[in-house]
Design a protein around this ligand. Structure first.
Ligand SMILES: Cc1ncc(COP(=O)(O)O)c(C=O)c1O
Length: 430
């Protein structure tokens, strides 16, 4: 346990001892005064990705044209999937880059449910990202028929314990029964950053014969994940947060090889067909996880994202996690020391074993404070209703002096009442 101090010299000392400090130079930083604490939504741009984007456009698209498909484009979803697999504890052949997180959830959850037609219960939690909840609701409507008088599938959302931060694991355990087809959760939840114990939850579910699907959007690239060791069944995740893949970069899916060939994708596209260039008139699934591909992948974005993985792959997840724990611990300390007297509370777990790489600081006027930070303090966090200002820390480019300066500017907003000039009416994207 580090004894933190709020002094500038302490932050400078942490930076001077940081083995990853030099990686900041591998990112495009055009405004040194900007305090960027939103890498949990959109990571900064790695220089290697910027160069790759230029090369892909000028050479691969501009010169190779259609020949690119035989020069590595066609295999890209599996090749890049295996690289991501290395970050999430997945042996090759189980991870594919494809589509968006939401679409990957649709494909995998639908196939998990149709595999077990006699099990009707789906368990998730109230902390899950809303898109995940909507996708589950849509799937159950689709499977049961929109006009059915009574729905077959039942979606149960586990709530919080008294602290409003920690999921009620005892309730989760007692809700999983022999009728439960699927447990699906965000490994690190999007508001508080709570980190589930993947091994334990997966074991609880398997004990009842239930399949488990993990959304790794906030854990890939920030927390070590061991999908194969935990015997997880499915996972999905995104590449534009801690993997720095760029806005709208494609997502990924993981299917444990033990169940791949039992599954049917709900979307039969030609990229998931056994021999797409035979142009058969009837669909036959490709072997393994490949059947979950649908159509042509966005190559500019996918290849740029592949390059963006380099700093993460070079550093490795253990060093990333060690710095991340130190950063979230330091930020929690500054919240208690500087911000609690100004009306803030920490909206994230205090135990580092239970949190990812972002924290939420809660304040009744959080939305307007967040706007003042962005518009006049050159600090970029994000806001998640009703009262969470989310601060994300990337081990590859966030410095301790930057974190301290960010907290100092948050403190100044309140002390100078800067938030009061902003309307309560929210902008479209918060
Ligand atoms: C945890 C989580 N799941 C799912 C999504 C949705 O991802 P997409 O828009 O790529 O479908 C997000 C987006 O931020 C997310 O944070």
């Amino acid at each position: 346990m580090t004894n933190f101090s709020p002094s500038l010299s302490f932050a400078q000392q942490l930076d001077s001892q940081d083995p990853l400090a030099s990686y900041r130079e591998e990112f495009v930083i055009t405004d040194p005064d900007l305090i960027y604490l939103d890498g949990n939504s959109l990571g900064r741009m790695p220089k290697v990705a910027q160069e790759k984007a230029k090369q892909v456009v000028e050479e691969e698209w501009g010169q190779d044209l259609i020949r690119g498909w035989n020069k590595g484009w066609w295999e890209a979803p599996a090749r890049v999937g295996d690289k991501i697999g290395g970050l999430i504890g997945a042996a090759p052949g189980q991870t594919l880059v494809s589509d968006t997180v939401s679409l990957n959830l649709f494909k995998l959850a639908t196939s998990a449910l149709t595999l077990q037609p006699n099990r009707k219960r789906i368990i998730t939690d109230t902390f899950n990202f809303p898109s995940d909840l909507y996708i589950l609701q849509g799937i159950s409507t689709l499977l049961d028929g929109r006009d059915a008088g009574s729905r077959d599938h039942e979606i149960i959302r586990i709530g919080a314990t008294d602290d409003d931060i920690t999921p009620d694991i005892a309730a989760l355990e007692s809700t999983i029964n022999e009728n439960t087809a699927l447990v699906t959760l965000s490994h690190v939840v999007f508001k508080s950053g709570y980190l589930y114990d993947m091994q334990r939850i997966t074991e609880l579910a398997h004990a009842k014969g239930t399949l488990v699907l993990w959304d790794l959007s906030h854990s890939v690239g920030s927390v070590p994940v061991r999908l194969d060791d935990c015997n997880a069944d499915f996972a999905i995740g995104c590449t534009y947060k801690y993997l720095n893949g760029g806005p709208g970069a494609p997502g990924f899916l993981y299917v444990n090889e033990k169940i791949q060939d039992k599954l049917t994708s709900p979307i039969w596209g030609w990229w998931g067909q056994k021999n797409p260039f035979d142009f058969d008139l009837d669909y036959k699934p490709a072997p393994g996880a490949q059947r979950f591909l649908v159509g042509t992948q966005p190559m500019l974005s996918l290849l740029t994202m592949e390059a963006a993985l380099e700093p993460t792959l070079n550093v490795g997840m253990d060093a990333i996690r060690a710095k991340s724990i130190l950063m979230t611990g330091y930020a929690s300390f500054l919240t208690d020391t500087w911000l609690a007297p100004l009306g803030f509370s920490l909206g994230s777990p205090r135990d580092s074993a239970q949190r990812g790489s972002h924290i939420s600081i809660r304040h009744a006027d959080g939305y307007r404070i967040n706007r003042a930070l962005i518009e006049e303090m050159n600090v970029i966090p994000d806001f998640r209703a009703p009262d969470n200002i989310r601060l994300g820390f990337s081990s590859l480019y966030t410095s301790f002096v930057e974190i301290r300066e960010g907290f100092d500017r948050i403190k100044r907003v309140i002390e100078e009442k800067r938030q009061e000039k902003y309307p309560k009416q929210k902008l479209t994207v918060t």
